[in-house]
Design a protein around this ligand. Structure first.
Ligand SMILES: [Zn+2]
Length: 295
C-alpha cells in the first residue's frame, strides 16, 4: 500500500513537472526576466537567444532614426512568441560610417562595435545561451556580421553564432510584388516605410516622404570595376534609396510575418540540432593539429 502511494505521488509530481515545463509562462524579453526565471528561460529556450541588431541613422526625411531597431525587434519578438526563446535587449552598436554626415547618426569605431559584439556573445554563452541567432535590421551591417561570424573560427568557442538569413519564398515574392507600387528601393523605401506603418504607424511622417530625393545619383558611374567606401554616399547622399511616397501597412505586415515564420523554423531546428556544434568541435580539434587532419 505504502509503495503504491509512493508510486502514485511520484506520477503526480512528474505530471506537475511535465505541465510546468510545457505551460509555464516566462517572458521572452531578456530585460524583463528575474534572475530565477532566467534559469528557467535558458532551459525552456534550449539556450537559444535572439540578438536583434539595429542602428541609429537617418531613414529618409520621414522615418525615425531607430527604424532598423524597430524592424528587427518586431521580427524577433513575433518569432519568439511563436517558438519560445529569449530576445536580447535593444542593441544598436553596428557599422554606420556612411551616414556620419547626417543628423542623429551614432557611428561607433570599428574596434568598439567588434568588442561589444564579441563580449555580448561571450557573456550570453557564460549565462547558458549557447545558440545565439543574430537578427539584423541594418543593411550596412551585413558584411561586418558575416566577417564577424567567420572570425569566430579563429579560436575555439563553446557556443554557436548563427546569422539569420531570410529569403522570400516564391509565394511571398508574388504577394509582395502584387502589393508593391514602386520598383526601386534599398533604404527608407516603400518596403521599410510599409514595415514601420505596420509596426509603429505613429512614428511615420508619410507626408514628408517626397520632400527629398531617394534616386540613385550614380556619381561614380565614370569609374567602373571598383568598390570604394564612399559608394553609398556617391549614390544616395540623402541617405534615402527609393520612393516611399507609396506604402501600405499590409505590405509591412507581410514582410514581418514572412521573416518571422522563417525565423521560427530556424529556432525550432537549432533547438533540436547540434550539427553546428559537432562540426565546430571537430574543426577546432583538427585546427589544433592540422598535420594529423586526414588527407
Ligand atoms: Zn533601415
Amino acid at each position: 500500500m505504502k509503495n503504491l502511494l509512493a508510486v502514485f505521488l511520484l506520477l503526480c509530481s512528474w505530471g506537475v513537472m511535465g505541465q510546468t515545463l510545457r505551460e509555464i509562462k516566462i517572458n521572452c524579453s531578456y530585460e524583463e526576466l528575474t534572475a530565477p526565471d532566467f534559469i528557467k528561460a535558458v532551459e525552456k529556450s534550449s539556450g537559444v537567444c535572439l540578438l536583434p541588431i539595429g542602428i541609429l541613422e537617418k531613414h529618409g526625411p520621414h522615418l525615425p532614426l531607430g527604424t532598423d531597431i524597430y524592424e528587427c525587434r518586431k521580427i524577433a519578438t513575433t518569432a519568439a512568441e511563436q517558438e519560445y526563446c529569449v530576445v536580447f535587449p535593444t542593441y544598436y552598436t553596428g557599422q554606420i560610417n556612411e551616414a556620419r554626415h547626417q543628423p542623429g547618426t551614432i557611428a561607433y569605431s570599428s574596434e568598439l562595435i567588434w568588442k561589444v559584439l564579441q563580449e555580448t556573445c561571450d557573456e550570453l554563452s557564460r549565462n547558458g545561451m549557447k545558440k545565439i541567432i543574430i537578427v539584423n535590421g541594418h543593411g550596412g551591417n551585413n558584411d561586418f556580421l558575416k566577417f564577424f561570424c567567420m572570425s569566430q573560427l579563429h579560436s575555439p568557442k563553446d557556443y554557436v553564432l548563427v546569422f539569420f538569413q531570410p529569403s522570400e519564398s516564391p509565394e511571398t515574392s508574388k504577394k509582395i510584388s502584387s502589393l508593391r507600387q514602386t520598383d526601386t528601393g534599398g533604404h527608407a523605401d516603400e518596403m521599410e516605410t510599409s514595415m514601420m506603418r505596420f509596426i509603429r504607424p505613429d512614428l511615420v511622417k508619410t507626408e514628408r516622404a517626397g520632400t527629398q530625393s531617394g534616386k540613385n545619383q550614380e556619381r561614380l558611374a565614370e569609374i567602373p570595376f571598383q568598390y570604394t567606401g564612399i559608394w553609398w554616399y556617391a549614390n544616395y547622399p540623402n541617405h534615402y534609396a527609393g520612393d516611399a511616397t507609396k506604402s501600405s501597412p499590409e505590405l509591412g505586415r507581410l514582410i514581418v510575418e514572412s521573416d518571422a515564420s522563417q525565423l521560427v523554423q530556424l529556432i525550432k531546428i537549432l533547438k533540436h540540432s547540434n550539427k553546428i556544434e559537432e562540426l565546430q568541435n571537430r574543426f577546432y580539434k583538427e585546427s589544433a593539429d592540422p598535420l594529423h587532419t586526414g588527407q
